[in-house]
Design a protein around this ligand. Structure first.
Ligand SMILES: Nc1ncnc2c1ncn2[C@@H]1O[C@H](COP(=O)(O)OP(=O)(O)OP(=O)(O)O)[C@@H](O)[C@H]1O
Ligand SMILES: [Mg+2]
Length: 463
């Protein structure tokens, strides 16, 4: 079929892909950020809880210290150190000093810098090949030589803290991977649902028949309103210009047909009166040309009417079988003149949604063809069948059939086959049928039956 070549603009990226990538980038940044935040909070919480235990331990050691008989007595409470190594296999160290004099514990244990206000201080340092957390607290003690400061440092290895952090890190990594997978899914859904109105608009516009220039009235997102408004304005302009040309054709056809009818009558009268065979032959040719022009004008008028109605379809629930019988009845006078018998066969009603005037016009064109191109005395068969969700009408004649091999081209405007040479016609009949079928979302197939006759198969979606 000779369609206008579609002009497809070059595509510059995909909105869906861009949206998806942005969402995925956001999701990755969010996941990594949340992962490190959880890790840092876990580290902080683990350290705070270790500091609390170290602090409690240092306080309980200092609480047990007293000065008696010129000596400093520290009853190292069992609970003070047991609370430190109860959780895991931590190693615990301590050091007790009076001013700068070492009293007990690990002499080399580093101390956290003592706080001037007597508050506990903490510090992380390597000790005996391991990282330890040291808490140092000092408290004044009255002795024989006056007020002196007793200082306790308690230290604990960081294994437990690191274990907690590793566990939290693993768990949050697994959760992070899961959340990221969910976000990827979500991003896909969001990207799809954001683009859906655009897809819907594209589908609704591309589903339309070539003559359907109605405005898009379905609601669209606000961002798409300017685009749809421009599209509607463009369609409006196209429709107006199309209507103008259709009106012009209709008017022109009407104005041509009337004088042609007068000329034909006059030519017939002259032909009947003339005895000269040359003159009669010339008059016959003249009449044929007049008939051809008149038919063309009539078909142009019908085509303009069909085009106009395609834009304003008045759809009804119609029984295709009944519609066909009406068309056959209307064609009866002509079929009698041509000596063509027409039979209709349908086993049940075939309900479809259709515009009765357009469908009548299409059927009339097909019957006209069957009677025109099949020789006198032949038979035209119309079969209506319902198959699943489709109503099918087959019109078969037992004439010579469509001229081979290009059936399809015959549905183009003004296209006529070589078999139409001496037969009056304009080449618009099958064009009208094709356009009517497109408007009804039906299909039209032209082929030759096994017996050789032309066969047109029209299928419609059932109502
Ligand atoms: N039943 C048929 N048998 C054989 N050829 C056919 C038949 N119907 C159509 N054709 C061929 O298809 C061509 C196009 O048909 P179409 O109905 O469009 O135009 P037309 O009959 O020539 O003119 P119009 O219908 O406008 O008066 C015809 O010219 C003819 O060659
Ligand atoms: Mg025809």
């Amino acid at each position: 079929m000779n369609r206008t070549k579609e002009s497809v603009p070059p595509s510059k990226g995909s909105i869906r892909r861009r949206l998806l990538l942005s969402l995925l980038l956001g999701a990755s940044v969010l996941t990594v950020g949340v992962y490190f935040m959880i890790l840092s909070v876990a580290r902080q919480v683990a350290q705070e809880s270790q500091d609390n235990v170290l602090s409690a331990s240092a306080i309980s050691i200092l609480d047990s210290a007293r000065y008696a008989g010129g000596e400093i007595i520290v009853d190292l409470p069992y609970s003070a150190l047991s609370m430190l190594d109860s959780v895991s296999d931590e190693r615990v160290f301590y050091a007790i000093r009076m001013e700068d004099e070492f009293l007990s514990g690990y002499r080399d244990l580093p101390e956290a810098r003592p706080d001037a206000d007597g508050r506990i201080t903490f510090r992380s340092r390597p000790f005996l090949g391991e990282d330890v957390r040291i808490a140092t607290l000092r408290r004044p003690l009255s002795t024989d030589v006056g007020r002196q400061f007793l200082q306790v440092s308690v230290a604990q290895t960081l294994t437990g803290q690191q274990q907690i952090v590793t566990r939290v890190s693993r768990t949050s990594f697994a959760v992070g991977v899961g959340v990221f997978a969910l976000l990827v899914l979500l991003a896909g859904v969001i990207a799809r649902s954001t683009i859906r109105p655009l897809d819907r608009l594209t589908a609704s516009v591309s589903r339309r028949g070539p003559e359907d220039l109605r405005s898009v009235t379905a609601p669209v997102p606000s961002e798409m309103v300017p685009l749809v408004a421009s599209l509607n304005r463009l369609m409006g302009r196209l429709k107006t210009s199309l209507e103008r040309s259709e009106d012009f054709i209709a008017e022109a056809a009407h104005r041509v047909r009337t004088p042609l009818a007068i000329v034909r009558t006059k030519a017939e009268i002259i032909g009947r009166k003339s005895q000269d065979p040359h003159t009669r032959a010339a008059i016959d040719e003249m009449i044929h040309a007049i008939d051809e022009s008149s038919r063309t004008a009539g078909q142009l008028l019908d085509h303009a009417m069909v085009t106009f109605r395609l834009d304003n379809l008045s759809m009804e629930r119609i029984d295709l079988a009944q519609l066909t019988m009406n068309a056959v009845e209307r064609a009866h006078p002509l079929s009698e003149i041509k000596g063509v018998s027409i039979t209709t066969h349908s086993s049940a009603p075939a309900w479809i949604h259709g515009d009765p005037i357009l469908l009548q016009n299409a059927l009339q064109n097909l019957l006209d063809n069957a009677m025109k191109y099949a020789p006198t005395g032949t038979h035209v068969k119309l079969d209506i069948v319902v198959a699943e969700d489709t109503a099918i009408l087959c019109i078969t004649d037992d004439g010579p059939g469509f001229p081979q091999p290009e059936f399809e081209i015959l549905t183009e405007r003004f296209s006529r086959g070589p078999n139409a040479k001496d037969i009056v016609g304009s080449g618009l009949g099958l064009t009208i049928v094709r356009e009517v079928m497109e408007a009804h979302r039906g299909e039209m197939e032209t082929k030759n039956s096994s017996g050789g006759g032309a066969c047109v198969r029209l299928s419609f979606p059932l109502a």
